[in-house]
Write a protein that binds this ligand. Sequence first.
Ligand SMILES: [Mn+2]
Length: 352
Amino acid sequence: MATTLARIMNPDMTKTSKTSSHTLQDVGEAIGARERFIVASHARPDGDAVGSQMAMALALEALGKQVTVVSADPPPEVCRALPGVDTIVIGPTVAGEWDAAIVMECGELARTELTGLDGTFAINIDHHLGNTLYGDVNYFDESAAACGELVHDIIGALGVPLTAQIARHLYVAILTDTGSFHHGAISARTFDICSRLTAAGADPAALAHQMFDQYGVGRLKVLGAVLTDMRLVGNDGVAVLAYDDALLTRSGATLDDLEGLVNLPLASRTVQAVVLFKTAAGEPIRVSLRSKGDVDVRAVAGTFGGGGHRNAAGCTLESSAPDACDALVTRVVAAVNAGAATAGDGDRSMGT
Ligand SMILES: [Mn+2]
């Protein structure tokens, strides 16, 4: 209540809300004062999007709130067996009435690819550097390994106990966003939260098996095909991968079968960054970027209108400009060389 009181006494404080992150207490108050919620995340959702949305929805329901979880696209196949995921309303348009939209994992509202949210009271919860703080309430922390970490803290602030179902969703969010605790802003807090989630009923081995070991053989075939055609540039420092729908069809694979593909070349000692192009006739080219250590692919994505994290980013290129692909790869090679120079690590030097 101190925060509310302070704002009443000093209305100018609210003017800072567009340029700075709010506190957990602000988020708790914004949720507590409202009854009907839309819970949204980005299009083509990943485990962090689905897990964060579902955990938040379960917590809101525990408080007696009315909740609708929405998504422009269906959840990944591997997430569909998790509790409540089948209740997510899939589609490009959000209909109905609500008091607030809780938007997770989106640097800007447009990333939801949902229509009908404009002008709504928005609670923005995210860990992507470059978030535009578009919400009426913004809970933004780039030091979180997953949005699920932030949702864990919010659920605690709301006073909702961690049930086994909530714990499973949050664990999946963290497990998938860190690639099995392999990359991202993994910290002592990450393990502290996971310890609590495990105590509350999340089974780490079972959830890892459920998330990573349930693909069809089409996955093996499509990964083999893409890796066979991999191009290595910058003294093997950058791996360039590409696929299209025809390759998926030939391999008997689905889009879900490509989950994690972009990370695979990083298993090589020499590869410091990966560029993955998804091409389709007449459509923009989708680009996923991954890197190790100091190599900043978010900056590269940013020069092409995209964003993300230092080691995981993405952007979209106009397919009418094939030179843009070469220009992007050149920038990634430069980023690898700059990263190697920053690190001052002879083993990682790419440019010599
Ligand atoms: Mn995330």
